[in-house]
Write a new protein. Structure first.
Ligand code: GLU
Length: 452
């Protein structure tokens, strides 16, 4: 039990010592928990029911971690082995829900941080979804579609035992898009001999939802616009720096264009493009074809449109009004954040999961810019997965407009929850707002369920 005479900071530090001892070497997981603990600890200390129930210790321990070998055969006939995972983090408010990531960097720390974040994010959507995450260290880059298919089939041959429409509903994340979801769904259907909404992000012809591909990027921009509107402004005319060039980045740029903003950059692991004239709808169509069909490098954009290519660099040195990190975790460090602020950036809306490291977050907080953490800003993706689950359960698909309106409504609602728990005299602390709002719903459900 905590000593309530100690300062909140000292209590958080003690809590973190225990967490690190129980989860050695899992730096990304430590980082995600630390950010949440800093925000929710004062709230917990003020509420005896949470203190007495040992709630934060319980919430930071995943319900279950599944790890398995995935064997598959490559095109040369060689047998390959990867590691697969599913972290079922918390199902207090609904079935486990969260994406699968295929990337060589995938390890338990990364999936635990993602599963933990997902629990809070899903709570914020107001839909009945618990938190989970999974994936593999399989690298899809350079693999043929047949190799990807064989990998997905083998991965699902084990994952199949642990998921289900009412148990755990995976979706995509980095390295898992429409193609992979199709192969995973096909294998699940074959093994279960059942057609159910066991995955989201499905193709339209077999139970997918309109707007799901667009949802994370669109939602991230809707959230940014809500933050600006709360201050009496809007996003139109703003120069925006976007990182990444995958699904989230593409639809972030698309929605920025719809709302009259000026996106000037995108990036991949090779470098960034800086298009001072702005990325247009036509140029975005080129990026989509390059990345989704030809699986090429973003440098081709710079060659084709004659703009700057910043080899090996992220786009944070580019002067902008707003930044949308949409690539991956820890892509903005303290120095990057300082550069953005010094160059006049006044808003950050995170499309990727935890793209800003702790020193970076501190820079944004100190500068008092509008800073939307990923669990709020990118919740539109999983929220629309929730809408896909509802459509599957009722067998009634909605129109594009209906889904988009619901998505916008959900992002406004998340913004409202952040304001409710994060507003003070000096403005809205979106980190605190998102963490406390996400926490309360899950914590109350856990209290109601007793010590399980
Ligand atoms: N991977 C996405 C996320 O980080 C979406 C998960 C889902 O739709 O289940 O929220």
């Amino acid at each position: 039990m905590w000593d309530l005479d100690e300062s909140t900071g000292a209590i958080v530090d003690k809590f973190m010592i225990g967490l690190k001892r129980r989860n050695p070497g899992e730096n990304e997981f430590h980082q995600a928990v630390y950010e949440v603990a800093g925000s929710v600890m004062p709230y917990i200390l003020d509420h005896k029911q949470y203190r007495d129930a040992y709630i934060l210790e319980r919430m930071t321990e995943p319900d279950r971690v599944i790890s398995f070998r995935v064997c598959w055969e490559d095109d040369k006939g060689h047998i390959r082995a990867n590691r697969g995972y599913r972290v079922q983090f918390n199902n207090a408010i609904g079935p486990y829900k969260g994406g699968l990531r295929f990337h060589p960097s995938v390890n338990l720390s990364i999936l635990k941080f993602l599963g933990f974040e997902q629990t809070f994010k899903n709570s914020l959507t107001t839909l009945p979804m618990g938190g989970g995450k999974g994936g593999s260290d399989f690298n899809p880059k350079g693999k043929s579609s047949r190799e990807v298919m064989r990998f997905c089939q083998s991965f699902m041959a084990t994952l199949y035992n642990h998921i289900g429409a009412k148990r755990d509903v995976p979706a995509g994340d980095i390295g898992v898009g429409g193609r992979e979801i199709g192969y995973l769904f096909g294998q699940y259907k074959r093994l279960a001999n059942e057609f159910t909404g066991v995955l989201t992000g499905k193709g339209l012809s077999y139970g997918g939802s309109l707007i799901r591909p667009e949802a994370t990027g669109y939602g991230c921009v809707y959230f940014a616009n809500e933050m600006m509107k709360h201050k009496g402004e809007d996003i139109s005319g703003k120069v925006c720096v976007v990182s990444g060039s995958g699904n989230v980045a593409q639809f972030t740029v698309e929605k920025l264009l719809h709302l009259g903003a000026k996106p000037v950059s995108m990036s991949d692991s090779g470098g960034s493009i800086y298009d001072e004239n702005g990325i247009t709808e036509e140029k975005l169509a080129f990026i989509k074809d390059l990345k989704n069909n030809r699986r090429g490098r973003i440098k081709e954009y710079a060659d084709k449109y004659g703009c700057q290519y910043l080899e090996g660099q992220r786009p944070w040195g580019i002067k902008c009004d707003a930044a949308f990190p949409c690539a991956t975790q820890n892509e903005i460090c303290g120095d990057d954040a300082q550069t953005l602020v010094n160059n006049g950036c006044r808003m950050v809306s995170e499309g990727a999961n935890m793209p800003t490291d702790m020193p970076g977050v501190n820079v944004f907080m100190k500068a008092q810019i509008l800073y939307a953490p990923s669990k709020a800003a990118n919740a539109g993706g999983v929220a629309t997965s929730g809408l896909e689950m509802t459509q599957n359960a009722t067998a009634l698909p909605w129109t594009r407009e209906e889904v988009d309106q619901k998505l916008l409504g959900i992002m406004k609602n998340i913004h409202g929850q952040c304001v409710k728990y994060g507003e003070s005299g000096s403005g809205v602390d979106y980190v605190k707002g998102a963490n406390v709002a996400g926490f309360v719903k899950v914590a109350d459900a856990m209290l109601a369920h007793g010590a399980v």
